[in-house]
Design a protein around this ligand. Structure first.
Ligand code: FMN
Length: 365
Protein backbone atom coordinates (compact mmCIF):
# COMPACT_ATOMS: atom_id res chain seq x y z
CA UNK A 1 0.00 0.00 0.00
CA UNK A 2 1.26 3.50 -0.83
CA UNK A 3 1.10 6.37 1.67
CA UNK A 4 -0.14 4.29 4.65
CA UNK A 5 -0.27 7.41 6.88
CA UNK A 6 -3.25 8.61 4.82
CA UNK A 7 -5.19 5.39 5.30
CA UNK A 8 -5.46 5.23 9.08
CA UNK A 9 -8.86 5.90 10.65
CA UNK A 10 -9.56 9.18 12.40
CA UNK A 11 -12.39 10.60 14.50
CA UNK A 12 -13.94 13.83 13.24
CA UNK A 13 -16.90 15.21 15.21
CA UNK A 14 -19.19 12.23 15.81
CA UNK A 15 -17.80 10.36 12.78
CA UNK A 16 -15.17 7.70 12.34
CA UNK A 17 -13.46 8.24 8.98
CA UNK A 18 -11.64 5.34 7.31
CA UNK A 19 -8.95 7.62 5.89
CA UNK A 20 -7.45 11.08 6.27
CA UNK A 21 -8.25 12.07 2.69
CA UNK A 22 -10.88 14.79 2.42
CA UNK A 23 -12.43 15.99 -0.83
CA UNK A 24 -12.12 19.80 -0.66
CA UNK A 25 -15.15 21.95 -1.50
CA UNK A 26 -15.31 22.78 -5.20
CA UNK A 27 -17.85 24.99 -6.91
CA UNK A 28 -18.87 23.32 -10.17
CA UNK A 29 -21.99 25.36 -11.11
CA UNK A 30 -24.20 22.43 -12.15
CA UNK A 31 -27.36 23.57 -10.29
CA UNK A 32 -29.68 25.50 -12.63
CA UNK A 33 -32.05 27.64 -10.50
CA UNK A 34 -29.85 26.75 -7.50
CA UNK A 35 -31.58 23.36 -7.26
CA UNK A 36 -29.44 20.27 -6.50
CA UNK A 37 -30.17 17.47 -8.96
CA UNK A 38 -29.52 13.84 -9.92
CA UNK A 39 -26.33 14.65 -11.89
CA UNK A 40 -24.85 16.24 -8.79
CA UNK A 41 -25.87 13.16 -6.78
CA UNK A 42 -24.00 10.97 -9.28
CA UNK A 43 -20.92 13.26 -9.15
CA UNK A 44 -20.65 13.14 -5.36
CA UNK A 45 -21.46 9.39 -5.20
CA UNK A 46 -18.59 8.71 -7.63
CA UNK A 47 -16.27 10.39 -5.10
CA UNK A 48 -17.62 8.59 -1.98
CA UNK A 49 -14.26 6.82 -1.52
CA UNK A 50 -12.98 9.99 0.21
CA UNK A 51 -12.76 9.81 3.99
CA UNK A 52 -15.03 12.86 3.92
CA UNK A 53 -16.58 14.92 1.12
CA UNK A 54 -17.17 18.63 1.65
CA UNK A 55 -19.62 19.94 -0.95
CA UNK A 56 -19.19 23.01 -3.09
CA UNK A 57 -20.26 26.23 -1.36
CA UNK A 58 -24.02 26.37 -0.83
CA UNK A 59 -26.01 29.63 -0.57
CA UNK A 60 -27.60 30.27 2.84
CA UNK A 61 -29.50 33.25 1.43
CA UNK A 62 -30.59 34.42 -2.00
CA UNK A 63 -28.46 37.52 -1.29
CA UNK A 64 -25.36 35.30 -1.69
CA UNK A 65 -25.38 36.25 -5.33
CA UNK A 66 -21.98 35.53 -6.86
CA UNK A 67 -22.31 32.59 -9.22
CA UNK A 68 -25.06 31.45 -11.57
CA UNK A 69 -25.47 27.69 -11.16
CA UNK A 70 -24.38 27.55 -7.50
CA UNK A 71 -26.77 25.50 -5.35
CA UNK A 72 -28.90 26.74 -2.44
CA UNK A 73 -30.20 25.68 0.95
CA UNK A 74 -31.99 28.94 1.76
CA UNK A 75 -35.48 27.43 1.64
CA UNK A 76 -37.09 24.08 2.40
CA UNK A 77 -37.67 23.43 -1.30
CA UNK A 78 -33.96 22.57 -1.68
CA UNK A 79 -34.04 19.74 0.88
CA UNK A 80 -35.32 16.96 -1.40
CA UNK A 81 -32.65 17.57 -4.04
CA UNK A 82 -29.90 17.44 -1.43
CA UNK A 83 -31.48 14.29 0.06
CA UNK A 84 -30.84 12.68 -3.32
CA UNK A 85 -27.16 13.68 -3.02
CA UNK A 86 -26.65 12.48 0.56
CA UNK A 87 -28.53 9.21 -0.06
CA UNK A 88 -26.34 8.48 -3.10
CA UNK A 89 -23.13 9.15 -1.15
CA UNK A 90 -24.26 7.09 1.83
CA UNK A 91 -25.29 4.21 -0.46
CA UNK A 92 -21.66 4.11 -1.63
CA UNK A 93 -20.41 4.11 2.00
CA UNK A 94 -19.29 7.77 2.11
CA UNK A 95 -19.80 10.76 4.41
CA UNK A 96 -20.65 14.29 3.27
CA UNK A 97 -20.69 17.76 4.86
CA UNK A 98 -22.37 20.76 3.20
CA UNK A 99 -20.29 23.91 2.89
CA UNK A 100 -22.50 26.83 3.99
CA UNK A 101 -21.71 30.12 2.33
CA UNK A 102 -22.61 33.74 1.91
CA UNK A 103 -20.67 35.68 -0.71
CA UNK A 104 -21.22 39.14 0.86
CA UNK A 105 -19.66 41.84 -1.30
CA UNK A 106 -18.52 39.29 -3.89
CA UNK A 107 -21.71 39.85 -5.83
CA UNK A 108 -23.22 41.85 -8.63
CA UNK A 109 -26.45 43.86 -8.51
CA UNK A 110 -27.81 42.00 -11.54
CA UNK A 111 -27.61 38.71 -9.58
CA UNK A 112 -29.12 40.17 -6.37
CA UNK A 113 -32.85 39.90 -5.58
CA UNK A 114 -34.61 43.04 -6.89
CA UNK A 115 -31.29 44.41 -8.13
CA UNK A 116 -30.36 45.62 -4.62
CA UNK A 117 -26.77 46.38 -3.57
CA UNK A 118 -24.73 43.44 -2.24
CA UNK A 119 -24.36 43.08 1.54
CA UNK A 120 -21.08 43.56 3.42
CA UNK A 121 -19.68 44.51 6.83
CA UNK A 122 -18.71 47.93 5.41
CA UNK A 123 -19.44 49.80 2.17
CA UNK A 124 -16.07 48.92 0.63
CA UNK A 125 -15.99 47.18 -2.76
CA UNK A 126 -14.16 43.90 -3.28
CA UNK A 127 -11.79 43.30 -6.17
CA UNK A 128 -12.59 41.08 -9.13
CA UNK A 129 -15.14 40.27 -11.80
CA UNK A 130 -18.15 37.98 -11.98
CA UNK A 131 -20.05 36.38 -14.83
CA UNK A 132 -23.45 38.07 -15.13
CA UNK A 133 -26.24 37.70 -17.69
CA UNK A 134 -24.63 40.74 -19.41
CA UNK A 135 -21.11 39.28 -19.46
CA UNK A 136 -18.21 39.81 -17.06
CA UNK A 137 -18.70 42.71 -14.66
CA UNK A 138 -16.69 44.11 -11.72
CA UNK A 139 -18.01 43.40 -8.22
CA UNK A 140 -20.71 45.93 -7.27
CA UNK A 141 -20.33 48.46 -4.46
CA UNK A 142 -21.95 46.85 -1.38
CA UNK A 143 -23.93 48.53 1.38
CA UNK A 144 -23.11 48.19 5.06
CA UNK A 145 -25.33 45.71 6.89
CA UNK A 146 -27.42 47.11 9.75
CA UNK A 147 -26.53 45.48 13.07
CA UNK A 148 -29.81 43.52 13.27
CA UNK A 149 -29.21 42.23 9.72
CA UNK A 150 -25.84 40.81 10.82
CA UNK A 151 -27.48 38.78 13.58
CA UNK A 152 -30.15 37.77 11.05
CA UNK A 153 -27.54 36.39 8.66
CA UNK A 154 -25.98 34.34 11.47
CA UNK A 155 -29.45 32.90 12.08
CA UNK A 156 -29.79 32.20 8.34
CA UNK A 157 -26.63 30.06 8.54
CA UNK A 158 -28.31 28.19 11.42
CA UNK A 159 -31.50 27.64 9.43
CA UNK A 160 -29.49 26.36 6.46
CA UNK A 161 -27.62 24.01 8.82
CA UNK A 162 -30.95 22.69 10.07
CA UNK A 163 -32.08 22.08 6.48
CA UNK A 164 -28.74 20.34 5.81
CA UNK A 165 -29.44 18.02 8.74
CA UNK A 166 -32.93 17.30 7.43
CA UNK A 167 -31.42 16.61 3.99
CA UNK A 168 -29.24 13.88 5.49
CA UNK A 169 -25.85 15.63 5.60
CA UNK A 170 -23.35 14.35 8.16
CA UNK A 171 -22.31 17.87 9.15
CA UNK A 172 -21.61 21.34 7.80
CA UNK A 173 -18.54 23.42 7.09
CA UNK A 174 -18.75 27.19 7.47
CA UNK A 175 -17.05 28.90 4.53
CA UNK A 176 -14.85 31.46 6.25
CA UNK A 177 -12.32 31.66 3.42
CA UNK A 178 -11.52 33.29 0.10
CA UNK A 179 -12.87 36.79 0.65
CA UNK A 180 -16.53 35.91 1.16
CA UNK A 181 -18.80 37.33 3.88
CA UNK A 182 -17.32 35.62 6.97
CA UNK A 183 -13.77 36.47 5.81
CA UNK A 184 -14.92 40.05 5.10
CA UNK A 185 -15.92 40.36 8.77
CA UNK A 186 -12.62 38.90 10.02
CA UNK A 187 -10.23 41.27 8.25
CA UNK A 188 -9.90 44.98 8.91
CA UNK A 189 -9.47 45.92 5.24
CA UNK A 190 -13.13 45.00 4.62
CA UNK A 191 -14.57 45.46 8.14
CA UNK A 192 -14.46 49.01 9.41
CA UNK A 193 -17.61 48.80 11.52
CA UNK A 194 -17.92 50.90 14.64
CA UNK A 195 -20.34 48.49 16.40
CA UNK A 196 -19.93 45.17 18.25
CA UNK A 197 -18.96 43.36 14.99
CA UNK A 198 -16.01 45.67 14.18
CA UNK A 199 -12.87 47.05 15.80
CA UNK A 200 -10.53 44.63 17.61
CA UNK A 201 -10.01 41.15 16.17
CA UNK A 202 -12.18 39.47 18.78
CA UNK A 203 -15.08 41.72 17.76
CA UNK A 204 -14.46 41.05 14.05
CA UNK A 205 -14.63 37.33 14.92
CA UNK A 206 -18.05 37.76 16.56
CA UNK A 207 -20.01 37.09 13.35
CA UNK A 208 -18.09 33.85 12.68
CA UNK A 209 -18.63 32.69 16.26
CA UNK A 210 -22.36 33.45 16.05
CA UNK A 211 -22.56 31.54 12.75
CA UNK A 212 -20.75 28.56 14.31
CA UNK A 213 -23.04 28.61 17.35
CA UNK A 214 -26.14 28.77 15.13
CA UNK A 215 -24.89 25.83 13.03
CA UNK A 216 -24.04 23.85 16.17
CA UNK A 217 -27.65 24.17 17.32
CA UNK A 218 -28.52 22.01 14.32
CA UNK A 219 -25.45 19.78 14.19
CA UNK A 220 -23.79 19.74 17.62
CA UNK A 221 -20.16 18.65 17.21
CA UNK A 222 -20.31 18.15 13.44
CA UNK A 223 -19.49 21.72 12.40
CA UNK A 224 -16.17 22.67 10.79
CA UNK A 225 -14.73 25.99 9.60
CA UNK A 226 -12.58 26.76 6.56
CA UNK A 227 -10.19 29.74 6.60
CA UNK A 228 -7.64 31.10 4.11
CA UNK A 229 -5.67 33.70 6.07
CA UNK A 230 -2.88 33.96 3.48
CA UNK A 231 -5.22 34.58 0.56
CA UNK A 232 -5.96 38.03 -0.79
CA UNK A 233 -8.73 36.67 -3.02
CA UNK A 234 -11.33 39.30 -3.89
CA UNK A 235 -9.21 42.09 -2.45
CA UNK A 236 -8.75 40.89 1.14
CA UNK A 237 -6.27 42.72 3.38
CA UNK A 238 -5.58 42.94 7.08
CA UNK A 239 -3.16 45.39 8.67
CA UNK A 240 -2.09 42.85 11.33
CA UNK A 241 -3.02 39.47 9.91
CA UNK A 242 -0.89 37.35 12.24
CA UNK A 243 -2.46 38.99 15.31
CA UNK A 244 -5.95 38.81 13.78
CA UNK A 245 -5.77 35.12 12.97
CA UNK A 246 -4.00 34.15 16.21
CA UNK A 247 -6.99 35.67 18.03
CA UNK A 248 -9.53 34.03 15.70
CA UNK A 249 -7.87 30.61 16.06
CA UNK A 250 -7.77 30.93 19.85
CA UNK A 251 -11.51 31.69 19.89
CA UNK A 252 -12.25 28.80 17.50
CA UNK A 253 -10.24 26.48 19.73
CA UNK A 254 -12.86 27.11 22.43
CA UNK A 255 -15.77 26.56 20.02
CA UNK A 256 -15.74 22.72 19.98
CA UNK A 257 -15.46 22.42 16.21
CA UNK A 258 -15.32 19.11 14.35
CA UNK A 259 -12.30 20.56 12.58
CA UNK A 260 -10.50 23.61 11.30
CA UNK A 261 -9.74 23.50 7.56
CA UNK A 262 -6.76 25.68 6.61
CA UNK A 263 -5.85 26.67 3.09
CA UNK A 264 -2.19 27.13 2.21
CA UNK A 265 -1.16 29.82 -0.29
CA UNK A 266 -1.68 28.51 -3.82
CA UNK A 267 0.68 28.76 -6.79
CA UNK A 268 -1.56 31.25 -8.60
CA UNK A 269 -2.20 33.45 -5.56
CA UNK A 270 -1.70 37.16 -6.01
CA UNK A 271 0.85 38.26 -3.38
CA UNK A 272 -0.10 35.86 -0.59
CA UNK A 273 0.15 37.28 2.91
CA UNK A 274 3.67 36.21 3.82
CA UNK A 275 3.15 36.79 7.50
CA UNK A 276 1.14 33.62 7.21
CA UNK A 277 3.24 31.69 4.73
CA UNK A 278 2.19 28.37 6.26
CA UNK A 279 -1.33 28.66 7.63
CA UNK A 280 -1.50 25.05 8.77
CA UNK A 281 1.74 25.40 10.77
CA UNK A 282 0.33 28.66 12.17
CA UNK A 283 -2.87 26.82 13.07
CA UNK A 284 -0.96 24.07 14.89
CA UNK A 285 0.55 26.78 17.09
CA UNK A 286 -2.64 28.75 17.75
CA UNK A 287 -5.51 26.25 17.42
CA UNK A 288 -6.23 23.25 19.64
CA UNK A 289 -8.29 20.68 17.77
CA UNK A 290 -8.51 18.57 14.63
CA UNK A 291 -6.78 20.23 11.68
CA UNK A 292 -7.31 19.64 7.94
CA UNK A 293 -4.56 21.12 5.78
CA UNK A 294 -5.36 22.05 2.17
CA UNK A 295 -3.74 23.43 -0.92
CA UNK A 296 -1.40 21.96 -3.50
CA UNK A 297 -0.78 18.63 -1.76
CA UNK A 298 0.25 15.39 -3.47
CA UNK A 299 -0.19 12.01 -1.82
CA UNK A 300 3.46 12.14 -0.85
CA UNK A 301 3.48 15.63 0.69
CA UNK A 302 0.18 14.94 2.46
CA UNK A 303 1.43 11.70 4.00
CA UNK A 304 4.64 13.43 5.05
CA UNK A 305 2.73 16.26 6.77
CA UNK A 306 0.55 13.79 8.67
CA UNK A 307 3.56 11.68 9.69
CA UNK A 308 5.25 14.83 11.03
CA UNK A 309 2.11 15.75 13.01
CA UNK A 310 1.60 18.92 10.94
CA UNK A 311 -2.09 18.11 10.34
CA UNK A 312 -4.61 15.37 11.15
CA UNK A 313 -6.13 15.18 7.67
CA UNK A 314 -5.40 16.68 4.26
CA UNK A 315 -7.97 17.82 1.73
CA UNK A 316 -7.51 17.66 -2.02
CA UNK A 317 -9.49 19.66 -4.55
CA UNK A 318 -8.28 19.52 -8.13
CA UNK A 319 -7.13 15.87 -8.05
CA UNK A 320 -10.75 14.83 -7.43
CA UNK A 321 -12.01 16.56 -10.59
CA UNK A 322 -10.63 14.02 -13.08
CA UNK A 323 -10.05 11.16 -10.62
CA UNK A 324 -13.33 10.21 -8.95
CA UNK A 325 -11.48 7.31 -7.29
CA UNK A 326 -8.55 9.49 -6.22
CA UNK A 327 -8.05 7.76 -2.81
CA UNK A 328 -7.88 4.33 -4.47
CA UNK A 329 -5.38 5.65 -7.02
CA UNK A 330 -3.21 7.01 -4.20
CA UNK A 331 -3.36 3.67 -2.45
CA UNK A 332 -2.42 1.59 -5.50
CA UNK A 333 -0.09 4.11 -7.13
CA UNK A 334 -2.25 4.25 -10.28
CA UNK A 335 -1.55 7.27 -12.48
CA UNK A 336 -3.67 10.40 -12.17
CA UNK A 337 -5.79 11.84 -14.99
CA UNK A 338 -5.61 15.59 -15.70
CA UNK A 339 -8.80 17.65 -15.70
CA UNK A 340 -10.07 19.56 -18.69
CA UNK A 341 -10.03 23.04 -17.17
CA UNK A 342 -12.35 24.39 -19.87
CA UNK A 343 -15.25 22.37 -18.46
CA UNK A 344 -14.60 22.65 -14.71
CA UNK A 345 -17.47 25.12 -14.31
CA UNK A 346 -20.85 24.34 -15.83
CA UNK A 347 -21.76 26.37 -18.90
CA UNK A 348 -25.45 27.25 -19.42
CA UNK A 349 -26.88 25.24 -22.31
CA UNK A 350 -24.22 22.50 -22.12
CA UNK A 351 -24.99 19.06 -20.69
CA UNK A 352 -24.37 19.08 -16.93
CA UNK A 353 -22.43 15.80 -17.22
CA UNK A 354 -19.69 17.15 -19.50
CA UNK A 355 -16.38 17.45 -17.62
CA UNK A 356 -18.25 16.55 -14.43
CA UNK A 357 -19.49 12.96 -14.17
CA UNK A 358 -17.81 11.66 -17.35
CA UNK A 359 -14.37 11.00 -15.81
CA UNK A 360 -13.95 7.28 -15.32
CA UNK A 361 -12.54 5.26 -12.48
CA UNK A 362 -9.13 3.71 -13.15
CA UNK A 363 -9.24 0.11 -14.40
CA UNK A 364 -9.12 -2.27 -11.45
CA UNK A 365 -5.71 -3.74 -10.72
C1 FMN B 1 -12.95 24.52 -9.44
C2 FMN B 1 -12.73 24.92 -8.02
C3 FMN B 1 -13.78 25.37 -7.24
C4 FMN B 1 -13.60 25.71 -5.90
N1 FMN B 1 -14.68 26.06 -5.14
C5 FMN B 1 -14.52 26.23 -3.79
C6 FMN B 1 -15.66 26.39 -2.95
O1 FMN B 1 -16.82 26.37 -3.38
N2 FMN B 1 -15.42 26.54 -1.62
C7 FMN B 1 -14.15 26.56 -1.10
O2 FMN B 1 -14.00 26.71 0.12
N3 FMN B 1 -13.08 26.38 -1.88
C8 FMN B 1 -13.23 26.19 -3.19
N4 FMN B 1 -12.13 25.93 -3.98
C9 FMN B 1 -10.81 25.81 -3.34
C10 FMN B 1 -10.54 24.34 -2.97
O3 FMN B 1 -11.40 23.91 -1.93
C11 FMN B 1 -9.10 24.18 -2.49
O4 FMN B 1 -8.92 25.03 -1.37
C12 FMN B 1 -8.08 24.53 -3.56
O5 FMN B 1 -8.44 23.95 -4.82
C13 FMN B 1 -6.68 24.05 -3.18
O6 FMN B 1 -6.64 22.63 -3.07
P1 FMN B 1 -5.98 21.72 -4.24
O7 FMN B 1 -4.62 22.30 -4.50
O8 FMN B 1 -5.94 20.35 -3.67
O9 FMN B 1 -6.86 21.85 -5.43
C14 FMN B 1 -12.30 25.63 -5.32
C15 FMN B 1 -11.23 25.18 -6.11
C16 FMN B 1 -11.42 24.81 -7.42
C17 FMN B 1 -10.26 24.29 -8.23
Amino acid sequence: MNHPALFTPVTLGTHQLPSRIVMAPMTRLRAPDAMPNAVMAEYYAQRAGAGLIVTECVMISDTSAAYMGAPGLYADRFIDGWKGVTDAVHARGGRIFAQLWHSGRVAHVSLMPDGQAPLAPSAIAGVGELHTPAGKQPLSMPRELAIEEVAGLARAFGKAADRARRAGFDGVEIHGAFGYLVDQFLRDGSNQRADAYGGPARHRARFLLEVVAAAQQAFGPDVGVKLSPASRAHGMTDSRSAETFAEVLGLLGDADLAYLHMMEPLAGDDQPDLLLASPSAFARRHYVGTLIANGGFSGETAAHLIEQGGADLVSFGQPFIANPDFPARLQTGASLAMPDYGSVYGIPGQPLEKGYTDYLEAAAG
